[in-house]
Design a binder for this molecule. Sequence first.
Ligand SMILES: *Cc1c(COP(=O)(O)O)cnc(C)c1O
Length: 394
Amino acid sequence: MTAYDWLQKALTTVHKANWYRSVKLMDGPGPTVVLNGREVLNFASNDYLGLASDPLLAEAAIAAIHTYGTGSTGSRLLSGHRLIHEQLERAIATWKQAEAAIVYSSGYLANIGTITALVNKRDLILADTYNHASLKNGARLSGATIHEFSHANVVDLQTLLETHRSHYRRCLLVTDSVFSMDGDLCPLPELIALAEQYDCMLLIDEAHGTGVLGATGAGCVEHFGCREAELIQMGTLSKALGSLGGYVAGSASLIDYLRNRSTSWIYTTGLSPADTAAALAAVEVIREGDELRSQLWQRVTQLKQALTIQLATEDEHQTMQLLPSESPILCVQMPTPAAVLTASQQLLDQGIFAPAIRPPTVPTSRIRISVMATHQPEQIDHLSKALGKIAQRS
Ligand SMILES: *Cc1c(COP(=O)(O)O)cnc(C)c1O
């Protein structure tokens, strides 16, 4: 017997519950990848604009390595702050129409570090129940009292505010902008109105909105025309921006405060020069033209229309349902975890990788599809026909 024997037992329990997960080896970020030795269409990437394999980003990263080295070699406050960090933070702030921005080593760390810096045990957090794990864990770590409102439900949120708000010092409303496992958007204008009415801060996580939504790709805040509101706009450099890292944009005092109080920024090494430069190049590419973004939305529209037709004609028993989405994340809901696992395998047999997402990650089982600007129209067509065939058999 050793002190570590419990690990194997715990893993056995995970296996028995059918919750065991393991990594899959893929050869790259593109719309087609080699998975288990076989080329498949990749409908599981967060690289919405295909920038992770863009030569411009690669060149910027290589140039930054030559100028600044491979590592930042210290925390930002001690010795790891470079000009390129400043340039990226300025570019993000301008893009987001915020006074200032701060970059973290990941989106996860940005959420943890921001929430724990802003609220503590005298405060209240009201959060959408579908929020990303990093928001949930940040909330728990902060020590604040947490109440979740039902998904995108502002009536429920208002009831919670009426009941609880007056008993706490500060209140932080927290929401994803694009919900990552559904593809729908948060009701931002209503959330802003409630935040103002009840004297709350509002943190919006634009992980899946940045680069994708809004006239200049600045995200859900721009999409809804809410750029005047004082917000805490968080996002990641790791999805549409094709790099690695996270950011927070907001008022100059917010960012200054985070630099002084956010421990997941203070006590960690500055973002690597290569990641910083790639993200900066991505922001420039996105701000300079909307070609990639409009191509992305063309593909999304194509898939939505094709799927609607396929499911209407092939799915006699209406067992498969396209969930409401206003983003490149499209989900086809199915009745059981077993059905969705079978469907995902049938897709794979036809050379398509689109993962099955099951409870407890989500309340209902679904195939989750994420569209990229670099998918070809024929590839979108292949996916919708393959799903139609699955619907026919179910
Ligand atoms: C991916 C994601 C994050 C975490 O970002 P990373 O940069 O990958 O750590 C945070 N929030 C949401 C909603 C996400 O989808």
